[in-house]
Design a protein around this ligand. Structure first.
Ligand SMILES: *Cc1c(COP(=O)(O)O)cnc(C)c1O
Length: 463
């Protein structure tokens, strides 16, 4: 399989190359030339497979001969061996035709583990072949940092350094990052905001001449194609359990950067019978406004109880728009340059086409808390605030439709105890595994928001 850029300036890339690249050189995102499609007979053959086996089958449709079967199989096996639930992604029933897909049984208790556990091992595999070492650099306001550290701490060819704003992440989030073991793991706490962290990271990527020769920075952010691929798997796994391909299902997805729900869209394009994909947003609702009213325009950032969805512009949305515009890079660029800052709208027929696949709803913090309390009362199930935004949207968008809807539960409620108590419920206990990790000493270095200081530390770290 080969990959091309959404902006039309770059094509013929291999999986191995795409894995190590963030943005394409022309500023676009990589997508496959052509998606694999599975017919009903092939889908039926996937039913009942253990999760890791299904993950292997799907991943091997996207990788290439840099990943021989046995290597890919053992990478995936190792990645998921550390999950605390034997089914990895258990599907439980909430109400009539309403299901919860629990994606929080990985080592950092969020769905990002499904992708980042595998990504760390894929990088390692490719870098061994190339005889190279890289330094992963990223900024986090919370969740991604710990999942990335946890995914890379075993990698022999990778050092990883994550910046977070000093004193501005929750205690659980900080400890998850700073107690991650591993000699190749570094945490820097920046005296500044999350934006300052991002600015520093961007500047370091822009000029890497300070690094020792042969070393390179790599990003593992949500536009990384391999992450998307590993997220396609649980859509198949869940739908097959509910009777696909005979039975169609809908999904409700708490959405930030549009990576998770874009994986659902890929599953649909690959032949999985998905009726609707419900985009669930918090008050940062640009996607909801675009889908429901054809208004694509940014609004000031709000800090909400579901911080991993506090995002102004969803980077992976570009990948979907590329398909919506029939892969016309010029039309896509036109739309994107007319710009979310000034406000843009889709051509009416394209907007209607989007409505055939996506529905959407947005929820404020009060609605999030009300849903946490409601689902607890009705079913004795405790939702984290992100998952609650998803369930709320599912209930709003579903109407009287008979199609079962699967709500993605993206994080464990214990990670967001503040929202649970705001909903009037008792704060849940941290799972044992995390309590044990939190007894380890915290390791982090406080730095100023100073590029030269950062460069000096990275340089030391990379030698
Ligand atoms: C990252 C994250 C999301 C948003 O996922 P995207 O792929 O960015 O849309 C939702 N919930 C939780 C808990 C997350 O960590």
């Amino acid at each position: 399989m080969e990959y091309l850029s959404t902006r039309g300036g770059c094509s013929g890339q291999r999986f191995e190359e795409v894995l190590l690249t963030g943005l394409a050189p022309d500023g676009g995102l990589f997508v496959p030339n052509e998606l694999p499609r599975l017919d009903s007979a092939e889908l039926r053959k996937l039913r009942g497979l253990p999760y890791a086996e299904l993950a292997f089958r799907i991943a091997s449709l996207f990788t290439d001969d840099a990943f021989p079967e046995d290597a890919l199989g053992s990478m995936i096996g190792e990645s998921y061996a550390g999950f605390s639930h034997p089914e990895l992604a258990p599907l439980t029933r909430l109400g009539e035709g309403e299901y919860l897909l629990e994606l929080f049984h990985g080592p950092t208790l969020a769905f990002k583990d499904f992708a980042l556990q595998v990504l760390g091992r894929m990088l390692d595999h490719v870098l061994v072949r190339q005889g190279r070492r890289v330094l992963i650099l990223g900024a986090t306001s919370g969740d991604t940092g710990s999942a990335a550290l946890e995914g890379c701490r075993h990698s022999g060819q990778v050092d990883i350094c994550i910046l977070h704003p000093h004193g501005k992440v929750s205690e659980v989030q900080r400890k998850q990052m700073t107690t991650t073991p591993g000699g190749n793991v570094r945490n820097l706490a920046v005296e500044g905001s999350f934006d300052d962290c991002q600015r520093l990271v961007k500047a370091a990527f822009a000029d890497q001449s300070f690094l020792p020769s042969g070393r390179q920075l790599v990003a593992v952010n949500s536009i990384n194609w391999a992450r998307i691929v590993m997220q396609v798997v649980y859509y198949f796994h869940a739908a097959l359990q509910l009777g696909a391909p005979r039975q169609a299902v809908s999904f409700a997805v708490p959405t930030g950067n549009f990576g998770d729900i874009y994986a659902g869209y890929l599953a649909r394009q690959m032949g999985l019978p998905v009726d609707r994909l419900i985009v669930a947003t918090n008050e940062n609702d640009i996607l909801h406004r675009c889908i429901s009213r054809n208004e694509y325009v940014t609004a000031p950032l709000r800090h909400t109880l579901s911080p991993s969805m506090d995002i102004l512009i969803s980077s992976n949305f570009e990948r979907y728009l590329f398909e919506l515009f029939h892969r016309d890079s010029a039309a896509l660029a036109d739309f994107l340059t007319s710009g979310a800052e000034q406000g843009a709208s889709l051509p009416p027929d394209r907007w209607r086409a989007m409505g055939e696949v996506f529905a959407s709803a947005s929820t404020d913090d009060a609605g999030t808390c009300a849903t946490i309390a409601e689902v607890w009362r009705e079913h004795g199930v405790l939702l984290d605030p992100h998952s609650a935004v998803g369930v709320r949207a599912a209930r709003e968008c579903r109407g009287s439709a008979k199609t079962p809807v699967i709500c993605l539960a993206t994080a464990h409620p214990a990670k967001f105890a503040g929202a649970i108590t705001a909903a009037g419920l008792a704060a849940p206990e941290l799972p044992r595994r995390l309590q044990e990790q939190f007894r380890l000493p915290e390791r982090f270095t406080v730095i100023d928001k100073d590029l030269n200081q950062l460069k000096g530390l990275l340089c030391e770290f990379a030698t």
